[in-house]
Design a protein around this ligand. Structure first.
Ligand code: AMP
Ligand code: ZN
Length: 114
C-alpha cells in the first residue's frame, strides 16, 4: 500500500528498530510513547482497520496477540501487567490506517480504560 507509513516500516523502506518480526507481524516502538513500554504490533499485510477484517484474517489476528504475549514476557511486564489497545475510526482517535495493536505497560495506568 503506497504512502502507508507502517507498510514502509514493515518493508524496511523507512528504517526503524524492529523489536519483533516474523512472516506475519512486525513490532516496533511507538514514536510518541504513552507508557514506559509502548510497542506497536502490526500485520505485515496492509489492513486498514478492524472494520476491514474478515474470517480469513482470524489466524493473523490471533497471531498479533501471541506476539504481544511474547513481547510482554521479553520486556518483563507480563506479571506487572499491560494493556492492549486497537483504535478503530475517528471516535477512537485512529491516526494511522494500518491495523495495529498497542502494547502498553511498565507503569500504573492513569485511567481504568486508557
Ligand atoms: P492510533 O491512534 O491507534 O492510530 O496510533 C497511531 C500510533 O502510531 C501513535 O501512537 C503514534 O505515536 C504512532 N506512530 C505514528 N508514526 C509512527 C512511526 N513512524 N513510528 C512509530 N510510531 C508511529
Ligand atoms: Zn499499510
Amino acid at each position: 500500500m503506497e504512502d502507508c507509513i507502517f507498510c514502509k516500516i514493515v518493508s524496511g523502506e523507512i528504517s526503524t528498530e524492529k523489536v519483533y518480526e516474523d512472516d506475519q507481524v512486525t513490532a516496533f516502538h511507538d514514536a510518541n510513547p504513552a507508557a514506559p513500554t509502548h510497542i506497536l504490533i502490526v500485520p505485515n499485510r496492509h489492513i486498514r482497520s478492524i472494520n476491514q477484517v474478515t474470517a480469513e484474517d482470524e489466524q493473523l489476528l490471533g497471531h498479533l496477540f501471541t506476539a504481544a504475549r511474547l513481547l510482554a514476557e521479553q520486556r518483563g511486564i507480563a506479571s506487572s501487567g499491560y494493556r492492549l489497545i486497537i483504535n478503530t475510526g475517528p471516535d477512537a482517535g485512529q491516526a494511522v490506517f494500518h491495523l495495529h495493536l498497542h502494547l502498553l505497560g511498565g507503569g500504573r495506568m492513569k485511567h481504568p480504560m486508557g
